[in-house]
Design a protein around this ligand. Structure first.
Ligand SMILES: [Zn+2]
Length: 296
């Protein structure tokens, strides 16, 4: 059994590559078979395009994700509701069915660390509906992970014999839609994984070459001609973000926020488990101490 299990739950095909593929790659390299990662994608990928049909777009996005997973050697699944349907891109809602499906995925995998998008606290920043609903869904099911009957109407189980379920430490990923409202406290130097991240993300051709330049996604204004040009575009994107957070811009970092949605993190565990970590340990320790206080 793997010694460290991590899960990413995100909205779209490509979010993993832009948010957390670096740390997964580092874990894979350092831990080998002792690391198990799983990526859950919560929408069907049919909405974001300007000249392909919905069905063509969805099929292409899935094929691109499969190509990326082959390069990255990671496991991914589309989230299916109990009726077998994958939620519609752009229209995600935090329904009971959606939360039940999230709950089932987390309980089935029992990750140590779970990564998802952040909740929005600033009403003036822009959002992507699907990112916000995934964040809300994960937060709302976090306590329910160890409430075995919460969704047995959807996923029947023996209600008289419920095993305890591991509850992960939950982290939020950086969200480019929120811009300055990101409040990040954990930085991971992923420079050594950067080339692999470039290759994985470049698989998403229908996004990088077609859709994202058209919709002028942050940092992707011109379609790259080839992998080398894409590497430079991505490097520039990391450069700007690293500079904004006062990080070494000669390197590339993934950035996360620890939460107390699930298991309250322990700074020693995080320091031990997260490769190439930079954080303000004193500030984190203070936040964690506050989360750990019993209610009075
Ligand atoms: Zn997305």
């Amino acid at each position: 059994m793997a010694k460290l299990k991590a899960m990413v739950i995100h909205a779209h095909f490509d979010d993993y590559e832009f948010c957390a593929s670096g740390i997964f790659e580092l874990w894979k390299r350092q831990l080998g078979d002792d690391f198990q990662g799983r990526v859950i994608i919560c929408t069907d990928g049919k909405a974001g395009h300007q000249f392909r049909t919905r069905d063509e777009t969805g099929a292409m996005r899935l094929a691109e994700m499969e190509a990326s997973a082959k390069i990255g050697g990671f496991e991914f699944k589309s989230l299916r509701l109990r009726d077998g349907n994958i939620p519609r891109e752009a229209c995600l809602e935090c329904t009971t069915e959606f939360m039940a499906a999230l709950w089932k995925e987390v309980r089935d995998f029992e990750p140590d660390y779970l990564f998802c998008p952040p909740m929005i606290t600033d009403p003036y920043v822009g959002i992507h509906n699907d990112h916000v609903k995934v964040a809300e869904g994960v937060r709302r099911i976090a306590y329910m992970i160890n409430v075995p009957h919460a969704y047995t109407p959807e996923y029947p189980a023996d209600e008289t014999n419920s095993p305890l379920c591991k509850v992960p430490v939950i982290l939020n990923c950086y969200d480019s839609y929120m811009k300055s409202a990101n409040d990040l406290d954990v930085f991971v130097d992923v420079t050594e994984a950067f080339d692999k991240m470039v290759e994985m993300s470049y698989c998403h051709q229908s996004q990088i070459v077609e859709w994202l330049p058209w919709v002028a996604s942050p940092g992707i204004l011109h379609p790259p001609k080839d992998l080398d040009e894409w590497r430079e575009i991505l490097r520039e994107r990391f450069y700007k973000r690293d500079a904004a957070f006062g990080l070494d811009t000669a390197k590339q970092h993934e950035v996360f926020t620890l939460t107390a949605w699930g298991t309250v993190p322990n700074i020693k565990d995080v320091s031990r488990d997260f490769p190439n970590l930079t954080c303000n340990e004193a500030a984190l320790a203070q936040a964690i101490a506050a989360w750990s206080n019993e209610a009075v």
